[in-house]
Design a protein around this ligand. Structure first.
Ligand SMILES: Cc1cc2nc3c(=O)[nH]c(=O)nc-3n(C[C@H](O)[C@H](O)[C@H](O)COP(=O)(O)O)c2cc1C
Length: 233
C-alpha cells in the first residue's frame, strides 16, 4: 500500500550555516516519519581506477557532528572496498520519497580506526558476526550451500554451535568472535552536501554546500568553512 505523502517544509531562505546538523535532523525525521524499514539506507557510488562508477545500497550507522562524516560498514575486500582503497572519492544519495526529500553527499571515504570497527562489530548478533567471517563479499559463489558450509566450518573453529541450530553460544565463545581484519567501517567525509525538497510542478528547492578538506592523518581531514549556494531545480 502506498503511504500518504508528508509535505516537508521548504528550506529556509537563508539556510543554516552547518549542513551536518540538517543532515542529522532530516535523518531523525526520516526515522520518525518516513515509515521505512531502513530510513538510514543510502546509495553509495565509488569508482575504479579508470573512473568507471559502481553503486549499491549501504546503511548509515553513524553521523559525526561537528566533523561531518557518515559511517557505514562493509567487507574491505568487496568491490566497493577495493574501489575505495584505490580511489577514495565517493558519492551518496539518501532519498525519502514520502517526505519529498533527498540529500546528496560527496567526498573521500577512508577506513575507520580499528577500535571503532571493533566496537561496532561487537554490537552485532553472533550469527551476523559469523557470517561476516564466512562471506568473501563480492567474490564468485558457485553454490549457495557453500556459504552455509563455510559458516559451519567457521563456527567450529570458534567453538560456536551450528549456526543452523537454535542453541546459543557459550558466553566465552561469543566474546571471542571478534572482527575479521577484512571487515570494518568507512567514514565518508562530506566535501559537498546538497539538500533537495520536492516543490510543486517541478520547482524543487536545492541548496548545495561545499567546503575544502585537507588530509590530517589516516582517518581525518581538516575542514574549511562551509559555503552554500541555491541551485535551479
Ligand atoms: C537496504 C540495503 C542496505 C545494505 N546495507 C549494506 C551495508 O551496510 N554494508 C554492506 O556491505 N552491504 C550492504 N548491503 C548490500 C550492498 O548493497 C551490496 O550488495 C554489497 O555490499 C556488495 O556490494 P559491492 O559488491 O559493490 O561491494 C545493503 C543492501 C540493501 C538493499
Amino acid at each position: 500500500m502506498i503511504k500518504d505523502r508528508i509535505v516537508s517544509p521548504p528550506l529556509p531562505p537563508t539556510p543554516p550555516e552547518d549542513p551536518v546538523r540538517l543532515v542529522r535532523d532530516w535523518l531523525a525525521d526520516a526515522v520518525e516519519r518516513a515509515g521505512l524499514r531502513h530510513p538510514n539506507a543510502f546509495s553509495l557510488a565509488t569508482a575504479d581506477r579508470r573512473g568507471r562508477p559502481s553503486v549499491r545500497m549501504v546503511l548509515l550507522k553513524d553521523l559525526s557532528l561537528p566533523h561531518g562524516y557518515a559511517v557505514f560498514h562493509t567487507n574491505y575486500r568487496s568491490r566497493k572496498g577495493a574501489e575505495l582503497d584505490s580511489r577514495a572519492d565517493a558519492a551518496a544519495v539518501l532519498h525519502w520519497d514520502r517526505l519529498g526529500r533527498q540529500i546528496r553527499l560527496e567526498g573521500p571515504a577512508v577506513r575507520c580506526p580499528d577500535e571503532e570497527s571493533d566496537a561496532y562489530f561487537a554490537t552485532r548478533s553472533w550469527q551476523s558476526r559469523l557470517n561476516a567471517w564466512a562471506s568473501d563479499q563480492s567474490h564468485p559463489l558457485d553454490d549457495p550451500a557453500e556459504l552455509a558450509e563455510r559458516a559451519r566450518r567457521k563456527a567450529k573453529e570458534f567453538n560456536l554451535p551450528d549456526p543452523a541450530g537454535a542453541v546459543s553460544p557459550a558466553e566465552s565463545a561469543d566474546a571471542a568472535l571478534g572482527r575479521p581484519h577484512f571487515w570494518g567501517g568507512y567514514r565518508l567525509w562530506f566535501m559537498a552536501v546538497e539538500f533537495w525538497t520536492e516543490g510543486s510542478d517541478r520547482f524543487h528547492d536545492r541548496v548545495r554546500y561545499e567546503r575544502t578538506l585537507a588530509p590530517a592523518g589516516e582517518f581525518s581531514f581538516t575542514a574549511g568553512p562551509w559555503s552554500w549556494q541555491r541551485l535551479q531545480p
